[in-house]
Each structure stands twice: as C-alpha cells, then as structure tokens.
Design a protein around this ligand. Structure first.
Ligand code: KG4
Ligand code: ZN
Length: 389
C-alpha cells in the first residue's frame, strides 16, 4: 500500500510517500518520494528550537514539500479542470482556521492536482512541540478530508524505533524481543519490546536528553545549534591528534553510571562543563579537549546502561535510534559493544533516518495499520506534546 506521511514535531518539516508491503515481522518498504526541509539554520540564533518560528515555517513549507514528494513519486498530475468542491472547501477552511497561510496555499494547490493513489496518511501526533505538531496534524486532516483518505496517528518515538526497518539495500528485520536505546534532542530512553508494537520504557532521562546536552554544551562553547555534529567533529579532531584526556586535565562526571536502574541524568554533566569553562574564552585546543572528554562521558554512560539492559532483558535485537546516533563515533562504540553478544543483532538507522524524517512515520504508520487496531476518528486526533510510548 502507498502511504503519505507527515512529520512536524520539531524543526524538520517532512513529507514522504512510501510503498509498503509484507507483514509486521517481515515488512518491506520502498521510498517513492521524500521531501524534507530543516529549519536548523533559522533557529541557530536562538541556540535551540523556537516553537512559534517552527510553527510558522511548517505552515509555509508543507504544501511545497507535498508538491515535491508527489512529483518525485510521479503522483503529480495536473487536473484539466478544477472541480467544484464547495462543501469540502468549507470543511478545509474550518480545519485550517488557525493556519491561514497554509490554508491559502492548500486551496490554491490542491484543486489543481488529481487525487493521488494513496491508501493512507500517517502523521506524527506527539511527542514534540505542540504548536509545531498541530500544523502537521491539521494539514493531514485537511488532506484526509479533501481526498477522502484515512488517517493514522503515529508516535514520533515509535517512528525512531522502527526507522531501522528501511536500510536501502540490505533488508533489516527486527527480531523480538527487542531492546532499543532512543537518543534524540528531546528524549533518552531505553525501551523493551517483547513483541511488535508493544513497548515498555524501562529507563529514561530524569532531566536533559542526550541531544539536548550536546546542544547546550555547544552553546557554552559558542558553537551554533544543532550542537551534536559540531561537538562531535571537535572530538574527532582530538582523536586524530591522539590527545590524551590526562594531559588536558579535564575530567567530567558520568552521572548515574552506577545506579541500579536504567535511568539517565545529564544535567550534572552539563553543569560540570559550565564550571570547567568558568566564563573564560577557551582556546581551540581547550575546546577540542573538552569536546573529547564530554563525548567520552556520554559514550561511557550510554554504553554502560545499554550493557546493563542487555544483561537483564533477553533480547534478539538491539536498536539504537534517534538524532544522536547520526554520530559516527557512537555508532562504532555500539558496534564494539554488541560484538560481545553474538546472539544479538545491532540495528542502527541510516544516517538520514537517524535525525527527524517522515519516512519513519510512514513505516510506523504501516505497522500500525497492519496491527488492525481501530484508529481514533480523525477529528479526535490531537497534538500530544508529552505522548509516551
Ligand atoms: O531525533 P532528532 O532529529 O530530533 C528529536 O526528535 O529531538 O534529534 C536531534 C538531536 C539534536 O540534539 C542534535 O544535536 C543531535 O540530535 N545530533 C547529534 C548528531 N547529529 C544530530 N548528536 C551527536 N552527534 C551527532 N552527529
Ligand atoms: Zn526525533
């Protein structure tokens, strides 16, 4: 079946069309069209995502991205004559009453294209920034009404979990029970899934998420948002220079590394970085050394908690997903860890599917559709900023 999916939970606006077939345990996906716009540059000066700006940008970009995705999927056919859809127009006006700019573009564009052969629309309902989520949800509702296509609400974190199912060439299967470490800008959680689509969060951060910590530390070092890639490239420089931590004298804590549970805490690490800087302007060498020690601290905590979870919960697959695992160094560290457990297969999404995207939302939408669960009436779907797995 063909699924159109929409993601607007944070600062990426994304629309894609996938072709999905197979079963829950053995699904297969083909990407027909994929259009993504990252607002990261616009949020740079705020040092993080500014919700109202994100909302405005999603409004502006959804119709152009839909157009691109339809074009790439060869679903873009112009209509000879636009139909008279008075009743629908009134409904659409109501659905998009809070997004006037999106409404205007919608009513200009939609009547000019033929209804594509799409079977379902999947949209992120949460967690994320509510003003941002609402734009995607209302857009999905408007499309669903206009084309008369059913709507599937998707949990963004379930999207990250299942993002490993598209790997390009090689086919990836999640064998259950599965364990997952989800590390993104808003979340850090260890999840146990005994069977498909059934998740238990066994540990989570008590304060900042890993990606958020990278972003905040980057800000302390006067590096722009998003901080993850910037810090990690500094740390890589240190590794290339074979800089030794002992020499740089910086020692950062590994919070909760020995705690008996599966929870995390990163705010102490962030504060320790702040104290080590002490309002000074760091020299490049010092920044590099600090980035190295910081990334090593993150690595130590993530690997140690993952190991603990692997030892406690019997699993056949270990997934590491979310924006932070775009990090090449951390990817290698997880590969090293899993080598010790030959019965467990490590699955990590492609780099483009690690950070936010709509393909993972389409994948999760398909599995939800296969599960046969009845979805909420599309009118009842609402943004849920703190939705949990
Ligand atoms: O999954 P994601 O795109 O959005 C959320 O759902 O939050 O994750 C974004 C986070 C940001 O905090 C960003 O700094 C971090 O992922 N990130 C990285 C890297 N690339 C992105 N963190 C560390 N190393 C990277 N290479
Ligand atoms: Zn995400």
């Amino acid at each position: 079946m063909k699924i159109l999916s929409i993601e607007t939970s944070c600062d990426e606006t994304a629309v894609s069309i996938i072709d999905a077939k197979g079963t829950v345990l053995n699904p297969e996906f083909k990407i027909l069209g994929n259009a993504l716009y990252s607002q990261a540059k616009l949020h740079e000066k705020y040092g993080g995502v500014y919700p109202n700006l994100a909302k405005r940008e999603h409004q502006k970009n959804l119709v152009p991205l839909l157009r691109l995705a339809l074009k790439e999927a060869r679903f873009f056919k112009l209509k000879v004559k636009s139909e008279k859809l008075k009743v629908k127009v009134t409904q659409i006006q109501k659905i998009l009453e809070r997004e006037p700019e999106l409404l205007e573009q919608f009513l200009k564009f939609l009547p000019t294209v033929k209804r594509p052969r799409i079977d379902a629309i999947a949209v992120t309902e949460g967690p994320g920034l509510e003003p941002a989520l609402w734009v995607g949800i209302n857009f999905a509702k408007a499309l669903s009404t206009y084309w008369n296509i059913s709507l599937i609400p998707v949990n963004h974190m379930e999207g990250h979990f299942l993002s490993v199912l598209y790997s390009g060439k090689e086919k990836f299967e999640i064998k259950y029970p599965a364990l997952a470490l989800l590390i993104s800008g808003g979340h850090t959680e260890l999840v146990y899934a005994k069977k498909p689509l059934s998740y238990k969060v066994i540990g989570r951060t008590r304060d900042d998420a890993v990606g958020e910590t990278y972003d905040k530390v980057a800000r302390m070092l006067s590096l722009p948002y998003p901080g993850g890639p910037k810090i990690s490239s500094l740390a890589n420089k240190a590794r290339k220079l074979k800089m030794k931590n002992e020499k740089s004298k910086i020692k950062l804590p590994r919070p909760m590394i020995n705690s008996k549970d599966f929870d995390f805490s990163f705010s102490g690490l962030k504060t320790a970085v702040l104290y080590s800087i002490k309002d000074r302007k760091l020299k490049t060498q010092e920044k590099i050394a600090l980035a190295l020690e910081f990334e090593n601290a993150i690595r130590d905590v993530l690997i140690s908690k993952s190991k603990k979870a692997i030892l406690k919960f019997k699993s056949r697959t270990f997934i590491v997903a979310g924006g932070v695992i775009a990090n090449q160094f951390l990817r290698k560290e997880f590969e090293k860890l899993i080598k010790n457990y030959p019965k467990i297969k490590l699955l990590i999404p492609l780099k483009e599917l690690s950070t936010d995207n709509s393909i993972m939302i389409g994948i999760a939408g398909y599995l939800k559709y296969l599960s046969g669960k009845k979805f909420k009436n599309s009118e009842k779907i609402k943004a849920s900023g703190n939705l949990s797995l």
